[in-house]
Design a binder for this molecule. Structure first.
Ligand code: GSH
Length: 200
């Protein structure tokens, strides 16, 4: 299978981390993708031009990261990163949605700097996105999942914190100090997490 992604994408990291931890990484070749390049096959495989996209051996392309995690869970036998128990499943999926939303807002903050000239950066828009990040982090800190659990919720929470650590859209460690212990506990429990960090 091919995974169209970059090593810096937090959504790509969700899928690389899950594949590594589930013992599926050797079945997946990561191919660097450039969403901005109209000639990149990414747009053929995902009309939205977003990464990650997983190309199955049949040629079928699946996206987004949530669907890829569902697929990896299925390949690994099920009930591995998406709990079979209904209540646990809804909880994990909601945690994933919360942390995907934090990452969406964090990416928009980065894109404002990357894709728009400095003279038209719009502070209210950046504040609006940072508000989502900060409220999301507060919600995560108020009700953190078990850091010993490896599921779509904790995977996404860790990838969100790792991404904001790197890009510094907000100072999450100062805003939510209790999450530092959570993050450290997850990293200790899941050594594969640090192995999937963006190269420096
Ligand atoms: N909901 C998507 C979000 C993916 C996403 O936003 N990926 C970013 C890179 S981290 C991207 O491809 N951005 C390019 C664009 O939005 O055109 C997922 O879960 O995979």
């Amino acid at each position: 299978m091919l995974l169209r992604a970059t090593l810096t994408s937090p959504f790509g990291r969700k899928t690389r981390l899950a594949a590594l931890r589930l013992g599926l990484a050797d079945r997946i070749k990561v191919v660097d993708a450039d969403p901005m390049n109209p000639d990149d096959p990414l747009r053929r495989d995902n009309p939205l031009g977003k990464i990650p996209a997983l190309i199955l051996n049949s040629g079928q392309a699946i996206f987004d990261s949530r669907v890829i995690l569902e697929y990896l869970d299925h390949l690994a036998g099920g009930n591995k990163i998406i709990p079979a128990d209904f209540d646990a499943r809804i909880k994990a999926l909601t945690m994933q949605a919360l942390c995907d939303g934090i990452m969406d807002a964090a990416i928009l903050v980065v894109y404002e700097g990357r894709h728009r000239p400095a003279e038209i950066h719009h502070k209210p828009w950046l504040d609006y996105q940072r508000g989502k990040i900060e409220r999301g982090l507060a919600a995560l800190a108020a009700n953190p999942p078990d850091p010993k659990s490896f599921d779509v919720g904790t995977i996404t929470a860790a990838c969100a914190l790792g991404y904001i650590d790197w890009r510094k859209q907000v100072d999450w460690r100062a805003l939510q100090p209790s999450l530092v212990a959570w993050f450290d506990a997850f990293r200790a429990n899941v050594p594969e997490f640090d192995k999937t960090a963006a190269p420096v």
